[in-house]
Design a protein around this ligand. Structure first.
Ligand code: IPE
Ligand code: IPE
Ligand code: MG
Length: 254
């Protein structure tokens, strides 16, 4: 058995997280270190997306959410933004067979109307085509910001109150969970961020209230199946207490 299959088998022996979110960071620095244009880092990063998605599916995740482009990333130099959009289009066209062949449901969250038509069209097409797939849900966070999402949710709830469909007293955690873009996904168990940065950068603010965090020094283009499995193994050593004491948890577990 190869080393990666062995690592993945170890992951499967323990409780596998339902939902993992990844902040795929460090593409630009990966390229700059090699004297390459930043876009080459993004391009190599799409190979990591394919490898990590395959590994996530093999270990049995229900949901994988990838932070691919933030609301704030629109302010990068226009040629980098355009290059990223081109790569996204390429990814959506090239990965179609991989997604359909593996029964993955492609999902997207974010201010999707801000995406150029040449990205929005293949995105909508693949979302529609894969909508009835029952394997893992792969969510791309595109033009996504956690604050933007919460503003959108607050406005949607306010509109329902204004129309009389909802009472202010009915706004509870479940109502807000139902109003955010991830309404059909489980809470995030694990957030992985690559490239050594230790911050959330506006990723899934509501959904990560009780997530575990694993920070890897590896830049995203070098983060592959092995690194993913190692991050999940690390997560599996954590005790998630949700406000309780360790003793309470051990009692509940026996
Ligand atoms: C992550 O890599 C990809 C996007 C944010 C789109 P970066 O482009 O942020 O790479 P660094 O952090 O500058 O190295
Ligand atoms: C977060 O990375 C966004 C994505 C990975 C898509 P950034 O590189 O944009 O985050 P900051 O600017 O370092 O916080
Ligand atoms: Mg970055």
């Amino acid at each position: 058995m190869d080393a990666i299959a062995e690592l993945e088998n170890r992951v499967k022996e323990r409780e596998v997280p339902k939902h993992v979110g990844i902040i795929m960071d460090g593409n630009g620095r990966w390229a700059e270190l090699r004297g390459l244009p930043r876009l080459e880092g993004h391009r190599e990063g799409s190979n990591s997306v394919r490898e990590v998605t395959r590994s996530a599916r093999r270990v049995g995740l229900e949901a994988l959410t990838l932070y691919a482009f933030s609301s704030q990333n629109w302010s990068r130099p226009p040629d980098e933004v355009a290059g990223l959009m081109e790569l996204l289009r390429e990814y959506l066209l090239k990965e179609r067979d991989e997604i359909m062949g593996n029964a993955i449901r492609l999902n997207a969250i974010g201010e999707l109307d801000k995406l150029p038509r040449y990205v929005k069209e293949p995105l909508d097409a693949l979302r529609a085509e894969s909508a009835t797939n029952t394997g893992m849900v792969l969510t791309l966070a595109l033009s996504y910001g956690g604050r933007e999402e919460l503003v959108h949710a607050a406005r949607a709830l306010a509109e329902r109150v204004a129309s009389g469909a909802l009472k202010p007293a009915d706004i509870d955690e479940a109502a807000l969970t139902g109003a955010v873009w991830t309404h059909d996904l489980p809470p995030v168990d694990l957030v992985i961020r690559t490239s050594g940065e230790q911050r959330l950068s506006n990723f899934l603010l509501w959904q990560t209230a009780y997530s575990e965090f694993v920070f890897s020094p590896i830049a995203w283009p070098d983060f592959r199946a092995r690194e993913f499995a190692e991050a999940v193994l690390h997560f599996q050593t954590r005790e998630r207490r949700f406000g309780l004491t360790g003793a309470q948890l051990r009692r509940a577990g026996t």
